[in-house]
Design a protein around this ligand. Structure first.
Ligand code: GAR
Length: 197
């Protein structure tokens, strides 16, 4: 049986697109994206899922009395879809220990820096690239890692570097990093599922 993947998104979903494209090109070790789940009904990733014919769900925290109730609903949706792996791809919520333990060792995330640098709470999206530029770094990159209870602290599966130029804007650096993210996430999933990682 092929592995079932869920991709959790909040925004544009360009990483989701790279995973959908890899699946289509038979470059995802036979895995199948069975569910796209967003906390944000305005996420363009939902349109990408729809265009690819993948089930898409919106589960908004504000529709639940507590964060624990919301997380339980997310977890139940993942189980109902018989998901083996949970891939966070621009998903901007941080899960509690309870959720991480429920899917222990089966949650991956992509982060737009060379972890452990520029990771942790508050480091997401453009803020990461702003901090890298403020830190006068000569290189940055992307990391795919296992999700554990500490934010952005789980073991790294794959990393790739890009150059940082003094004249870069955060947006330019973001685009350079995104370009490698789009190769890195499918590659990490492929290698993990083939057992070479
Ligand atoms: C990506 O750069 C991803 O690494 C980052 O958000 C962007 C989502 O883009 N994730 C984080 O910053 C997580 N801390 P996308 O919606 O186009 O895939």
């Amino acid at each position: 049986m092929s592995a079932g993947l869920a991709v959790l998104v909040s925004g544009s979903g360009s990483n989701l697109q790279s995973l959908l494209d890899a699946q289509k090109a038979d470059a995802l070790a036979g895995a199948k994206i069975v569910l796209v789940l967003s906390d944000n009904p305005k996420s363009y990733a939902l349109t990408r899922a729809e265009q690819a014919g993948v089930q898409a769900l919106v589960i908004r925290p504000k529709d639940y009395a507590t964060r624990a109730d919301w997380e339980r609903a997310v977890g139940d949706a993942l189980d109902a879809a018989r998901v083996d792996w949970v891939l966070l791809a621009g998903f901007l919520r941080i899960f509690s220990g309870d959720f991480v333990r429920r899917f222990a060792g089966r949650i991956l995330n992509i982060h737009p820096s060379l972890l452990p640098k520029y990771g942790g709470e508050g480091f997401y999206g453009l803020k990461v690239h702003e901090a890298v530029l403020a830190g006068n770094e000569k290189e940055s990159g992307a990391s795919v890692h296992f999700v554990t209870e500490g934010c952005d602290e789980g073991p790294v599966i794959l990393q790739e570097k890009v150059a940082v130029y003094p004249e870069d804007t955060p947006e330019q650096l973001q685009q350079r990093v995104l370009k490698i993210e789009h190769k890195l996430y499918p590659k990490a999933v492929r290698e993990l599922l083939k057992g070479s990682k």
